[in-house]
Design a protein around this ligand. Structure first.
Ligand SMILES: NC(=O)c1ccc[n+]([C@@H]2O[C@H](COP(=O)([O-])OP(=O)(O)OC[C@H]3O[C@@H](n4cnc5c(N)ncnc54)[C@H](OP(=O)(O)O)[C@@H]3O)[C@@H](O)[C@H]2O)c1
Length: 337
């Protein structure tokens, strides 16, 4: 079938409040060498999209300025040199921008099949969170079976994936969340202890629950005043991974415990990494995590779905932090504005 020449997408016309993010029309991008064009059926919404809309997270060089870091749909065209993928195949893909659109270009090695029984909404909920959690928790922090793990923001898209993966790979899982309902959802996902951080001091709880030892790995998205408390909550030879700073990137810290406990402090951002680095994460995910998704042992939690043209409402929900799990945009290919 012939492809249209233009598509509906979401444009950030004026960085700042959601009013500056509006539906628009753009020409279809063409897939380059090693890329595919995906007819998007669903796109995930992630906190970095909100930061981009606010003007604080510009797309890296060469990336689309259309927001959206993950999509699911059917392959509509193949660029040169693409092997192992076919037009019409259903895939979900990690992209470095352009997801909030009817069509999106993706690097072929960053496309993964829909897990067994998945529709596009569930498949679109996977790439950004699963690439991020796998890379940071298992590749960087090397979480091992039998170790203990703390993830802050347990009810976030990232948190809901991290709890399930850490549990599936044999860790004892602690998490923090902002109210009782979120804590219950985290326990349902497999967390051994969910700490309502507004009513409990998470560092005190971790030390009490681990007999004063602390946890082996912390995945942190909060930063700020959490950093010294995280250091206190880590066991000897513990690993601390920073992926965001919801309470700011600066902290005053005593580094003596880092030496005394032989801690490792690391972190990463996914988006600017090379396709080769991300492809290495994708092949690890295909081998070690997709079988768990196929078997239903791990699954994305969908908080809400909005039509593409209502992306602003999706951002409002994310900024409210009322959601538990992933927020998804559904894309109607016949839809025009
Ligand atoms: N480095 C990377 O490669 C990478 C990739 C993807 C995402 N991220 C980051 O990972 C984080 C989660 O992303 P997401 O898309 O899963 O976001 P999300 O679903 O919106 O979750 C963020 C959660 O953080 C909690 N939170 C918000 N403000 C907080 C504060 N000041 N103190 C403590 N907790 C706070 C909220 O839950 P409560 O009600 O529990 O407070 C909220 O639900 C974001 O910060 C994002 O930027 C990093």
């Amino acid at each position: 079938m012939a492809l249209p020449t233009t598509m509906t997408c979401i444009e950030i016309r004026q960085p700042g409040p959601v009013e500056g993010m509006l539906p628009g029309q753009r020409p279809l991008a063409e897939p380059g060498t090693g890329e595919v064009l995906i007819e998007v059926a669903a796109a995930g919404v992630n906190r970095p999209d909100v930061l981009q809309r606010q003007g604080g997270y510009p797309p890296p060089a060469g990336a689309s300025d259309i927001p959206g870091l993950e999509v699911a749909g059917r392959i509509a065209a193949l660029g040169e040199g693409v092997t192992g993928l076919a037009i019409g195949q259903s895939v979900c893909a990690l992209v470095s921008g352009g997801g909030y659109a009817q069509y999106c270009v993706a690097a072929a090695p960053l496309c993964l099949p829909f897990p067994r029984g998945y529709d596009a909404v569930r498949a679109a909920a996977l790439p950004e969170t699963f690439f991020t959690v796998w890379h940071n928790v298992f590749q960087r922090a090397r979480l091992q079976p039998g170790e203990s793990f703390l993830v802050h923001g347990g009810s976030s898209g990232i948190g809901t994936a991290a709890i399930q993966l850490a549990k599936a790979f044999g860790a004892k899982v602690f998490t923090t969340a902002g109210n009782a309902e979120k804590c219950q959802a985290c326990r349902t996902l497999g967390a051994d202890r969910a700490i309502d951080y507004k009513n409990e001091d998470f560092a005190e709880v971790i030390l009490a629950e681990t007999g004063g030892r602390g946890v082996d790995v912390i995945l942190d998205m909060v930063g700020g005043d959490y950093l010294p408390r995280n250091i206190r909550s880590l066991a000897a030879d513990g690993r601390h991974v920073s992926i965001a700073f919801l309470r700011g990137p600066r902290a005053e810290m005593n580094f003596l415990p880092v030496m005394l406990k032989r801690l490792t402090l690391t972190g990463s951002t996914l988006r600017p990494q090379s396709v080769a680095n991300k492809a290495a994460i994708a092949s690890d995910l295909a081998a070690k995590v997709w079988p768990l998704l196929d078997a239903g042992r791990v699954a994305p939690l969908i908080a809400a779905t909005f039509p593409l043209t209502e992306a602003a409402k999706a951002h409002c929900l994310m900024e409210s932090s009322a959601h538990i799990g992933k927020i998804i945009l559904s894309v109607n290919i016949g839809q025009a504005i």
